[in-house]
Design a protein around this ligand. Structure first.
Ligand code: ADP
Ligand code: MG
Length: 351
């Protein structure tokens, strides 16, 4: 029963708009970490440190050695729909992780946000925003790069806070996000720390890999999936109609009892794509029993115009222009690799 006074149409204020939008972009601590680490990667960082307390509910801190934000741009970085990554003229040609200009504005709307940043050759500055209220930029001290700190995520939206899971479960989701991005960027060093209760514990570390891509990738996948993965995996390298597929697919003997170690990437972006995961399973259908799941990390590369990443605010889903080509490529590349390794090949391999 809506009272007549509230039936009046009114324009919501900026803080309310940001809180509503934040609900889509920042679902839980792990999604905040994803946005911040992606920003660090877009900034060209070579080393990224993530610090979490209480499953990310009280503290999320991401520090990078990337290009930094000029002091004069700090307020703008926190504004909604403000981005340095696209000019809006071509949403089909996106080459950065970010482009919506919503993450920092959203985090500032639902938590206490502090950014300290320095562009090489300039002075460092800091800015704070709490519940949508923006402070003034202040001088600060820092090495070149950016630190973004979010304290008390969702303190401004208690309803969302209630839906979060245990600290342990949230921390696990944070770890998953960091590991997926670490796989996507083997030449970048990653550290994840848990400082719950003031005591710091390193929960994940992957030092920057060196050398050529396949070797670097093998090293990084071993750091993330397990030290024995590279020795138990087949190199995948295939191409069809301008779509490339690279990565490593585990031997059938290295399979797991659940689909817990299947990683797919599109143009360097970790995704949870049903089409790709389905194709991965289909590639193994002849060599794995029901209830066994392959371990794999597959990287699809294509013209950015052949895939739409602007399907969902968190960009976890993508739409391919030629889904049949992508599926066929994955299935046949895996079957081919398995056959080459002496595992029974399917008679239905196409192309
Ligand atoms: P988007 O990533 O979609 O552009 P964000 O809200 O995540 O939107 O960030 C807004 C802007 O702030 C970015 O476009 C970028 O210019 C700047 N920025 C954010 N994080 C960083 C960072 N870690 N290093 C350098 N610049 C950053
Ligand atoms: Mg971003």
């Amino acid at each position: 029963n809506i009272s007549t006074s509230s039936r009046q149409i009114r324009q919501l204020d900026e803080a309310a708009i940001n809180r509503i939008a934040a609900g889509e972009v920042v679902e839980r601590p792990a999604s905040a970490v994803k946005e911040l680490v992606e920003n660090a990667l877009d900034a060209g960082a070579t080393r990224i440190e993530v610090t979490i307390a209480d499953g990310g509910k009280t503290l999320i801190r991401v520090a990078d050695d990337g290009c930094g934000i000029p002091a004069t741009d700090l307020p703008l970085a926190l504004a909604r729909h403000a981005t340095s990554k696209i000019d809006g003229s071509d949403l089909l040609d996106i080459r950065s992780f970010g482009f919506r200009g919503e993450a920092l504005a959203s985090l500032g709307a639902v938590g206490r946000l502090c950014i300290v940043s320095r562009v090489r050759g300039q002075d460092a500055a800091r800015i704070e925003v709490d519940g949508g209220r923006l402070g003034a930029a202040q001088p600060a001290a820092r090495q070149p790069g950016t630190t973004v700190e979010v304290r008390d995520l969702f303190h401004a939206t208690p309803a969302r806070l209630k839906f979060l899971r245990s600290d342990r479960a949230e921390m696990q989701a944070v770890g998953d996000v960091v590991r997926r991005l670490a796989m996507a960027e083997p030449f970048v060093g990653f550290v994840l720390r848990d400082c719950t209760g003031g005591e710091e514990r390193e929960t994940f570390r992957a030092d920057a890999e060196q050398g050529e891509l396949f070797g670097a990738l093998a090293g990084r996948l071993s750091a993330v999936i397990g030290r024995d993965f590279a020795a138990n995996a087949l190199r995948i390298e295939a191409e069809r109609d301008g779509v490339t597929l690279t990565g490593y697919a585990g031997l059938p003997t290295y399979s797991r009892g659940a689909a817990v170690a299947q990683y797919v990437f599109v143009n360097g972006r970790p995704v949870r794509d049903k089409l790709l995961l389905g194709a991965l399973g289909a590639g193994y259908s002849d060599v794995l029993h029901r209830g066994r799941y392959p371990v794999a990390a597959l990287f699809v590369g294509c013209d950015p115009r052949a895939v739409d990443v602007n399907v969902h605010p968190a960009k976890a889903e993508v739409r391919f222009r030629e889904p049949g080509t992508v599926r066929g490529l994955v299935v046949s590349a895996i079957r081919h690799a398995l056959a080459g390794a002496g595992h029974r090949a399917s008679t239905t391999v196409a192309g």
